[in-house]
Write a new protein. Structure first.
Lengths: 392, 392
């Protein structure tokens, strides 16, 4: 595994999107939903292939409608028309945006009625990990413009499909995880004591790009004497010093697909508490890996990792879960958590991310990425060493 | 100008946030709003200083409440507590998230009542360029949990304050624009005919980081024979070839502040239509710059640039506007557009971004970043040459 160094082709065959839409539409029919109204980058990207960093601009709303049969219909700002034409979508309706008086509202209402009639059941994702990316006033106008419509939650209709990755998706995820592993392997050569945190993070970003990532979109972490306590802050001016523990957590991107794993390093030397804590989260990951099989629930995988960390008699770090799904977002469903009874299925790509507080103000978090297979799992990240590496 | 090469300090003095909150609270009092409920990265970052890339994970909701007086109150997942403690916020309430059964909903309702009573007027941004980053089902639960509340649109209360940058904010924007200019200056050395688009974009990202950017968050563009028609797509496998026109548009980041401008290049040679089109958008920018002064409206700046492009007898590219505000987001209000009558004020940082279609399927878009001053403007980006540069 991880031996395939060929760069996967960008994009997908149209059959990939046909499969995704057919699966969601099957769920729609079972749930009696006539049309989905989608507003977020991930949902629109997933069903149309529309890939752009332009989502970083909050200015314009973007909409995709999925009827119960047939292809999705795009209702988007004209600035995105050419980019959308590169996808498998045929029916693309545009307006000149921004246009605050009517920023696609009338066009969306008219298209919804054309696609699903005057009394449609309209599904929108309303559950955990979703939001509606449309100004609230426009949402209200759209609801008023469709007095005969019923509105229902579509979260589960899409989530269950997105959780299972196709071979082509796995190919992209395997590739970006390998790139990220290769970048982490260079850390002892590029990050040294005396460097400012911000400079270390910058050099690591460059390493990810040099290894072949399209982007190192997410680079967070910390370095602190004898152990860190925060894993989501941006880097500061702190100079890496002898005795620091450094964590780098990264989400790199290839063709819209994310890796998400971290690595820990000790600067110059490591104390025994930190050394043991690293071994413990590594062992917890090992226990998590050993538990993986189709049919096993996320809650059971969580318990397997917790079992290893509990003897430390220390509370789990308050992050709420010990891993999550991975794909076109840095974090996807399911959650490796006590509350999540989702059964693992072949094709799921997840992270295992055990972490705990091994001393007051000191966290240790470790993470790997993997694919659930018929027989168990395939590691997508190159397994970290059990002993925390020392850099100089 | 642009001669200050010192790296600005990260973060701000607390007085910066006191000023921002006081200005928003003044607007709240005028509008009779008791408390703001904020849910998005930009709004929370702006009033608290909470800076993290963790927003890329859609899993957890994050909330900030701004009462009519006093400091904001954070209601956030426990994973963010340490990062929030680095800010000026004192009152931080956390829950272990994700927790789908009650992901902060009860805590938020209780805190809202504590802060603003049982019958508060609650302001949330509902207008253009906003959205509510909370699952729709949670929004409904929160509304049901506050039956005595009135809800009102708070878009304008924050927008008018955010549009005016402090000297400290301008320092960060000046710095990242200078870094981005320096990175663009290296393009003739790092991008060459024969390179795949994706590789060219990757090398440019590395150049931005090497020049000192924390991140090259936004890198889009295109290269196409004799002219491009799409400015928001990701790079593909197309090899840069003699006669291609290349546009690179980038948003780089320093300490949470964005540059946003583009540069055009001709590969090997340039045809006369493209050469003229570049001169025309450069001239349109010059006209836009000449029009800048406090009190002039965005619509008037738009008209000044349109006047230069109109004689080309070609329709403006359908992007809806010719520039926008800039700051902690890649694009902010106001819009340089016919519909936007916002008067320019000293301290506004904006882009001028004239573009038009100079032949079927051929766009030319040009962009500069600048600060509105008492006497006119200060360029933050290093002015592009009027003639499109040729790279080999």
């Amino acid at each position: 595994m991880n031996s395939d160094n060929a760069i996967p082709a960008r994009g997908f065959h149209h059959s990939e999107y046909e499969r995704r839409c057919a699966a969601v539409q099957n769920n729609m029919r079972d749930a009696g939903v006539d049309v989905l109204w989608l507003t977020t980058e991930a949902d629109i990207h997933y069903l149309s292939g529309f890939l752009t960093q332009f989502w970083q601009s909050p200015t314009r709303p973007w909409y995709l409608l999925l009827p119960q049969s047939g292809k999705p219909v795009a209702v988007i700002p004209a600035i995105g028309e050419i980019c959308m034409r590169r996808t498998w979508i045929d029916d693309i309706r545009t307006w000149s945006s921004p246009q605050p008086q009517d920023d696609g509202v009338t066009l969306l209402i008219d298209t919804l009625i054309e696609v699903a009639g005057n009394s449609p059941v309209i599904g929108i994702p309303q559950g955990p990990e979703t939001y509606v990316r449309s100004p609230e006033k426009d949402v209200q106008r759209i609801r008023r413009g469709l007095p005969g419509a019923q509105w229902t939650d579509a979260t589960a209709l899409i989530r269950s499909v997105r959780q299972i990755k196709s071979d082509a998706e796995v190919g992209k995820l395997r590739h970006i995880c390998q790139i990220t592993s290769n970048a982490f392997a260079t850390v002892p050569d590029i990050i040294h004591g005396g460097m400012a945190e911000a400079e270390a993070f910058r050099q690591f970003r460059i390493a990810c790009l040099s290894a072949g990532a399209d982007d190192a979109a997410y680079v967070v972490g910390a370095a602190a004497p004898g152990g860190y306590e925060d894993i989501i802050s941006p880097p500061g001016n702190h100079q890496l010093s002898h005795g620091d523990v450094l964590i780098l957590d990264t989400g790199c991107v290839f063709d819209g697909y994310y890796s998400d794993f971290d690595r820990n390093f000790a600067v110059g030397a490591v104390d025994s508490a930190t050394h043991s804590a690293h071994q413990r989260v590594w062992d917890a990951t090992e226990a998590g890996l050993a538990s993986l099989a189709p049919g096993v629930t996320c809650a059971e995988v969580y318990a397997a990792m917790q079992e290893v960390m509990q003897p430390a008699n220390a509370p789990v770090s308050d992050v709420g879960r010990l891993g999550h799904g991975l794909g076109i977002q840095l974090t996807e469903t399911p959650s490796i958590a006590a509350f999540d009874k989702t059964a693992l299925r072949p094709g799921m790509v997840i992270t295992l991310e055990p972490g705990y507080s091994y001393a007051p103000g000191k966290l240790m978090v470790h993470e790997e990425n993997l694919l659930i297979t018929d027989s168990g799992y395939e590691l997508l990240s190159t397994r970290a060493p059990r002993d925390i590496p020392i850099i100089h």
